[in-house]
Design a protein around this ligand. Structure first.
Ligand SMILES: [Zn+2]
Length: 277
């Protein structure tokens, strides 16, 4: 999952993707829209969520702090490269974005390009070396199909109590796939590429992809969510890409999530998952 859900090696995911409903469906597409609650202007959500379909720039949200990403934080050089574990960029803090300009749009476009080239369904900005609160995804995982979604400064404000296992991969961990438990649905708030606010409930594959990418924005990696048994099943593969010190950190108490630093124990991660995953 992308962050990648790796389609070519995971037929189960491919079937899931094919059966999945469009995330931000439009009425003329014939698809069934998910329950949506719009907080922004009465523009079709798909048009606002997809990249490059609107040139308007919404007002920045009220600043909760003054630690927004600077122009330097948002600098990048195409072609983007996927950052691989254990690069510390994957654990670094990701700043909120309050500049919705051409540079941000180009970054999202470049992220989609590298996501498709690497067979991912989603990608977070830190995975391309840009530590900001930005993710892109398309549950279809194929350019020209499905829907391209850009989410900026996402927040999970409600998670389903029911957790489901699902086999995930990650573009930052090539070739590693394992079951991860996550809530079956989440309600989120975010901004689109223009800065307009979005509220939406995600379920099914979109919820799975979103949560994987959202974790990246918190510096949480998919093996942090694995149970002890699952983690054991990929121990050797993880050893192959991690340094001894990081692996010690990772495996300290069986459930890696419990070992995350306090700042990573957000209501999303701690509240939704408890200590059993
Ligand atoms: Zn990932």
């Amino acid at each position: 999952m992308a962050a990648g859900l790796r389609l070519h090696l995971c037929p189960r995911l491919r079937a899931f993707a094919a059966a999945s409903r469009p995330l931000f469906a439009t009425s003329h597409s014939g698809a069934i829209p998910l329950p949506l609650r719009r907080a922004g202007p009465a523009m079709p959500l798909a048009a606002r969520a997809r990249r490059g379909l609107s040139s308007s720039t919404a007002a920045a949200p009220p600043a909760e702090d003054d630690d927004f990403a600077t122009a330097a934080d948002l600098r990048f050089e195409p072609p983007l490269q996927v950052v691989k574990y254990p690069d510390p960029i994957l654990r670094a803090r990701n700043k909120r974005v309050n500049t919705f300009d051409t540079n941000l749009r180009t970054l999202a476009d470049e992220m989609f390009d590298v996501m498709y080239k690497t067979d991912g369904m989603g990608l977070s900005a830190p995975q391309v070396g840009v530590n900001v609160q930005l993710m892109v995804f398309n549950p279809a995982g194929v350019k020209g199909e499905g829907e391209e979604i850009v989410l900026v400064n996402p927040v999970v404000y409600k998670s389903a109590k029911r957790l489901l296992p699902f086999e995930e991969g990650c573009l930052s961990f090539p070739g590693i796939y394992a079951n991860v438990m996550r809530p079956e649905s989440v309600k989120i708030e975010a901004q689109d590429i223009t800065g307009a606010k979005i509220k939406v409930k995600l379920s099914g594959l979109p919820a799975r992809v979103f949560q994987h990418e959202f974790d990246h924005l918190l510096g949480i990696l998919f093996f942090d969510r694995m149970t002890t048994d699952v983690l054991e099943s990929v121990r050797e593969e993880l050893k192959g890409c991690s340094s001894p010190s990081l692996y010690t950190f990772m495996c300290g108490k069986g459930c890696v999530l419990n070992n995350l630093p306090p700042e990573a124990q957000t209501p999303h991660s701690a509240g939704a998952y408890g200590t059993g995953t």
